[in-house]
Unconditional design. Structure first.
Lengths: 246, 405
């Protein structure tokens, strides 16, 4: 009995080590072979699928060392409640920073939904335009990244971002924002928020590939982006986006 | 460092109304970024006043020409300090000069500043003072003699030909200088006016409004300095000069007021998506600083006083008092203008659904004391400059010892 149990455990260990080691090796190899010119990333958000659990926010904070306090977010989720009289209440699902705390009775509600937000990785990014030292830039594969070794902390990019997607990292004193988990996607892993989403409301992928979940998303739904009139050309698109969402 | 920020933000959270994006609780540009455009505005305004004398040959204001130039220089030397102190990494600030991003209005700072300081102000002052410095250094003691010799770059030529050349150069530099002063402050306005994400800032009028408010504040400042310094030197205030300066001030205030009124009416009439939140902003957050201080005390009241001076024949003493009070009110008003632009533009959420709050610290880099220090520093620099380069005209050599004592 003991021997059998030991044998079983040993078997599990060997298999898991081999698989895990293999994966790790593969991941490293892919970083080395990674060719940014072959990719152009984007994200689709199927608004109706979001259940407002906030796991994406938690996963993002863990994955990217975002400060725990509720004033610094690379991604967050908004809850919209539209009453029958047309009044709109918006709250953050992080209850620590909910400012509109009124109780809305079910009978009064016309419709209600969640909207995940993150950096739109604009194709025409105002933050990159205004950075005085070029510390924030667009990579070949379309991601907007901040070089924290170069950022002088002037906060101009934060003023220029129409979506509130940037913050100053309180310890580094440099601008910080969503990178689509660049350290993961270059290893063919999904961004942390996409990986943990229980309802698959977030779809990540290459904007140029047709045969992919993102390609399918783009074929199946009518899409919209946030604040299109500002001509920032977001690469995050939303399906079923309500007109009240800004 | 991190602990106090949280506490402040948690406190501010209680004052937030409506919905704001979660990263918007922190107001990123505080009092130091208010001080910065205020100081550069004074530079541009003082310089433009000086230029009016040279270009349009306004005889009455000749006696404050040099004082205006030195004022512009003193404020220009201090102007970048608040920006530097407000950076998260001031030690990397040189990157703006070495690695400028040419699409960034802020990166152009290095060039505009260097151009204005080196090419315009320093050159104009040098050519203006060159002959005097050489003459002064001849009968001075060791220290001042060497200071003046170094400042004159060891030039010794006081021949008529060289003086004529000096005058020509001053005229040429002034002609380049006026557009440069426009550029200096226009570009500060552009930094705000070009941010399409922010409807409070995003306006094509912003650089022009900044420019005229700069001229207003600069002239008012020179009036104040002139009215304080002249009696303290035991001299009489030249009323012709003062009246003329006040007259310039009057017209500048009218243009400034018209532009701001136009901006206001235009926004109200177009009534875009942001109009509701901007109305909330003005009525709740900016009522005192905009309605009372900027418009009522800083603009309409001085304007009324100056109209009264033009209409009725007040005697010199009363005019002096009224000019002095008006100039102080105008300074207050223009500082409030900068505040309303910089801080006001961050008091509402870009979701247009809520208002946030700003709490000014007393101490620390972003505190009131630091702001006051930065507002006092230019005057200290000016006092030193006046000691080295006495701006009183005419400056005959015989008067020199009395002045330097």
């Amino acid at each position: 009995m003991e021997r059998r149990k030991f044998g079983k455990k040993l078997f599990t260990l060997v298999i898991s080590t081999t698989v895990f080691g293999g994966l790790l090796k593969k991941a490293n190899a892919q970083t080395k072979d990674y060719d940014p010119s072959k990719h152009y990333y984007g994200m689709g958000i199927q608004t109706n699928k979001c259940i407002g659990c906030g796991r994406c926010v938690e996963a993002c904070k863990d994955e990217n060392n975002v400060p725990r306090e509720p004033f610094f977010f690379r991604t967050w989720v908004e809850r919209y409640t539209i009453k029958k009289d047309g009044e709109v209440t918006v709250q953050n699902v992080d209850s620590r920073i909910t400012t509109q705390r009124e109780n809305i009775f079910e009978k009064e509600i016309l419709r209600s939904f969640f909207v995940p937000k993150l950096c739109n990785q604009c194709d025409n990014p105002p933050c990159v335009q205004v950075c005085p030292v070029g510390a924030t830039f667009k990579t070949e594969d379309g991601i907007i990244i901040v070089d924290e070794e170069r950022c002088i902390g002037c906060r101009y990019c934060i003023q220029a971002c129409p979506y509130g997607a940037r913050y100053i990292h309180p310890e580094k004193q440099t601008a910080d924002k969503c990178t689509f988990c660049y350290h993961r996607i270059t290893k063919e892993l999904l961004p942390a928020c996409v990986e943990v989403c229980p309802s698959q409301a977030r779809i990540f992928g290459d904007l140029r590939s047709g045969a992919s979940p993102l390609g399918r998303f783009k074929r199946l739904f009518k899409l919209h982006v946030l604040k299109p009139f500002l001509n920032t050309e977001p690469k995050v698109s939303y399906s079923d986006l309500d007109g009240e969402v800004r | 460092m991190i602990q106090p920020l949280h506490q402040t933000l948690y406190e501010l959270l209680k004052q937030v109304t409506g919905f704001i994006y979660p990263n918007e609780i922190e107001v990123h540009w505080g009092i130091l970024v208010v001080v910065y455009p205020y100081l550069t505005g004074l530079v541009a305004g003082a310089f433009i006043l000086a230029s009016l004398v040279k270009v349009f040959n306004v005889k009455e204001v000749q006696s404050v020409y040099r004082l205006s130039l030195l004022t512009a220089l003193a404020f220009l030397i201090i102007a970048p300090l608040p920006l530097l102190l407000h950076l998260g990494h001031p030690e990397r600030s040189f990157e703006i000069f070495l690695n400028p991003n040419f699409t960034s209005a802020m990166a152009m700072f290095g060039f505009v500043y260097a151009w204005y300081l080196m090419v315009v102000l320093l050159l104009e002052i040098w050519f203006t003072y060159r002959k005097d410095i050489i003459l002064w250094s001849k009968n001075e003691r060791f220290l001042m003699r060497w200071i003046h010799k170094i400042i004159s770059l060891f030039s010794t030529d006081v021949s008529e030909k060289s003086v004529v050349f000096d005058k020509k150069m001053v005229k040429a530099i002034t002609i380049i200088g006026i557009p440069s002063a426009f550029l200096l402050h226009g570009y500060v306005g552009f930094i705000f006016g070009s941010i399409k994400a922010n409807p409070w800032w995003s306006s094509v009028l912003m650089p022009i409004v900044f420019l005229f408010s700069a001229i207003v504040s600069g002239i008012a400042l020179v009036i104040l300095i002139y009215m304080i310094v002249t009696p303290s030197r035991g001299q009489k205030i030249d009323m012709a000069c003062l009246d003329k300066m006040a007259s310039f001030l009057f017209y500048a205030v009218i243009i400034d007021f018209s532009l701001e009124l136009l901006d206001f009416i235009h926004r109200l009439y177009e009534s875009e998506e942001s109009i509701k939140i901007l109305s909330d902003l003005v009525m709740n957050k900016l009522f005192i600083s905009l309605g009372i201080i900027q418009v009522l005390l800083g603009m309409l009241l001085p304007l009324g006083v100056m109209v009264a001076i033009k209409l009725f024949r007040f005697d010199a003493e009363l005019r002096k008092l009224l000019y002095f009070v008006s100039a102080i009110l105008i300074q207050l008003g223009i500082f409030a203008t900068r505040w309303n632009v910089v801080v006001g533009g961050q008091m509402f959420s870009k979701s247009f659904r809520g208002l946030t709050a700003y709490k000014m610290e007393l101490t620390g880099f972003e505190g009131i004391f630091m702001a006051l220090l930065l507002l006092v520093l230019p005057f200290i620099v000016l006092a030193i400059l006046v000691k080295i380069l006495p701006p009183w005209e005419p400056a005959p050599v015989s008067d020199l010892e009395a002045v330097s004592d």
